[in-house]
Design a protein around this ligand. Structure first.
Ligand code: SF4
Length: 66
């Protein structure tokens, strides 16, 4: 799993960090960001929920195809 946040789209709503605080946080400007070393989702079942919770769909979760 790989998590990407489109910072051009993010409005800093904070839903990702609220939903999956083990993986997401907010940077100094309030934008969503992935905690260091958690870019693979850290096995958290809440990552997909966090992606769904984002009101502007800025969070993309991709699975390796191979
Ligand atoms: S939920 Fe979406 S808009 Fe809100 S901080 Fe996270 S990525 Fe940004």
């Amino acid at each position: 799993m790989r998590i990407d946040i489109d910072k051009d789209v993010c409005i800093g709503a904070g839903q990702c960090a609220l939903t999956a605080p083990d993986v997401f946080t907010q940077d100094d400007d309030g934008y969503g960001t992935v905690l260091p070393g958690r870019e693979d989702g850290a096995g958290s079942p809440l990552v997909r929920e966090a992606a769904r919770a984002c009101p502007v769909s800025a969070v993309t979760v991709t699975e390796p195809t191979a």
